[in-house]
Ligand binder design. Structure first.
Ligand SMILES: [Zn+2]
Length: 322
C-alpha cells in the first residue's frame, strides 16, 4: 500500500511548528490548535520548499486542507498528496464506470475494447492497472525497488483487491504463494511463467505455482489483453514480466479455465510498462530517481498523459515519450 509518513511537520505563518501525527493523536487538542490558527496560512514541510495549505471549517470542525490544484505538489509519502488528474487515464471514464463508497471501489468491467471516451466500463486489463495503482505499485523510489519482490507485490495486490468490487462482486483472488489454493477463488491475479500452445486451449503456468495449469481457449485469447502481449494464439511468444487477471472457472473434471482476461507488462522492478516506456523506466530505476509511472488505462490514444512523473525535484516533472 502507499507508504504514508505521518510525522511530516507543518508550520503556521506565526512560526508555530507541529507534526501531523501530533495533531492526529488527539482530536480535541487538534480542534483547539486549529481554531487558534484558523486565520493563518501554513506550510506542509514534506518537500524542501514546502506546500502552502490553509485551515478550513467543514461541518463544524477545523481541518487542514491543501489549496486547490496543489495536491500533487506534496511529497508522495505525505498524506496531503493527491495525484494530478491529468497524469492518469482514469479521467477518461464516465461516472457509471466507477463508484466509491465507504472505502470500496466498485468498477464496472467488461471484456472487449472500449470504443470512445468517456468509457462506460473498464476492460479487464485496465482493471488490473487500477489494482496496481491502488496497491502503490506504480511508485518507484530507490528504497521501494530494493524491497519489492514477488511476495510483496502479491501481498499488496491482495490488500488492494479487498478494497475493490468488480461488477458488484468481491474479487476473491488466487495469487500464488500469497493464497494457497485456487479452489475457492473467483479470480486469478498472477504472473505468467510460461504459455504453451495447445490444440484447443493454451496452457498458462504461473510463477510460484508448480501445481496448477490454467487453460484459455482461442476465443478468450483473441478478445483479451493476452493477444496484444503474447501475439497469436497458435504461437505465443516467450515474454517475461506479464501479469494477468482472469475470471476463474473450475470444470466438473477439475480443470481450471480462465475467462475475461486482462494483462499488463511489468519491468523487473514490477513497475507497469509498455514496449515504448520500458527503456525509460529502466534507466530511471538505474539512476535511482523517484517517480511514478502514469497509467493510461484504456485511453492509450490520450497523448496528454505523461509516461512517468518525476517526484524528486522541487516540483513534479512530467516526462513524455516523444
Ligand atoms: Zn505535504
Amino acid at each position: 500500500m502507499h507508504y504514508t509518513n505521518e510525522s511530516v511537520t507543518i508550520r503556521f505563518d506565526s512560526g508555530t511548528e507541529l507534526s501531523r501525527s501530533w495533531l492526529a493523536s488527539d482530536r480535541q487538542r487538534a480542534q483547539r490548535v486549529l481554531s487558534n490558527h484558523a486565520n493563518e496560512g501554513l506550510m506542509c514541510l514534506c518537500t524542501p520548499t514546502g506546500v502552502p495549505m490553509h485551515v478550513v471549517k467543514r461541518l463544524g470542525a477545523y481541518h487542514i486542507a491543501t489549496m486547490p490544484g496543489r495536491g500533487h505538489h506534496h511529497a508522495l509519502s505525505c498524506s496531503g498528496y493527491i495525484p494530478r488528474e491529468e497524469t492518469s487515464g482514469l479521467r477518461n471514464y464516465a461516472d457509471k464506470a466507477i463508484s466509491r463508497a465507504n472505502g470500496i471501489h466498485n468498477l464496472s468491467v467488461a471484456p472487449g475494447a472500449n470504443e470512445r471516451m468517456p468509457f462506460d466500463h473498464f476492460t479487464p486489463s485496465s482493471a488490473l492497472q487500477y489494482l496496481w495503482d491502488l496497491a502503490g505499485l506504480n511508485v518507484c523510489t530507490p528504497k521501494t525497488v530494493e524491497n519489492r519482490n514477488y511476495r510483496h507485490v502479491g501481498q499488496s495486490l491482495l490488500e488492494a483487491s479487498a478494497l475493490v468490487r468488480i461488477n458488484g462482486e468481491p474479487i476473491r483472488p488466487y495469487i500464488p504463494l500469497v493464497i494457497q489454493s485456487p479452489l475457492s477463488c473467483r479470480t486469478v491475479i498472477a504472473q505468467v511463467r510460461r504459455v504453451t500452445a495447445g490444440r484447443y486451449d493454451n496452457a498458462i503456468a504461473l510463477s510460484a505455482d508448480r501445481e496448477n495449469t490454467f487453460w484459455v481457449d482461442e476465443k478468450q485469447w483473441e478478445c483479451s489483453g493476452l493477444a496484444d502481449i503474447f501475439g497469436p494464439f497458435s504461437s505465443p511468444a516467450k515474454t517475461r514480466g506479464v501479469w494477468i487477471i482472469g475470471r476463474l472457472w473450475r470444470s466438473p473434471s477439475g480443470n481450471y479455465k480462465l475467462f475475461d482476461l486482462g494483462a499488463i507488462s511489468t519491468t523487473e522492478s514490477f513497475l507497469p510498462c509498455t514496449t515504448t516506456t520500458k527503456e525509460l523506466i529502466g534507466s530511471l530505476v538505474t539512476k535511482q530517481r523517484r517517480f511514478y509511472v502514469c497509467l493510461p488505462y484504456d485511453a492509450v490514444s490520450d497523448t496528454s498523459i505523461p509516461a512517468v512523473v518525476l517526484i524528486d525535484g522541487e516540483a513534479p516533472k512530467n516526462l513524455f515519450i516523444t
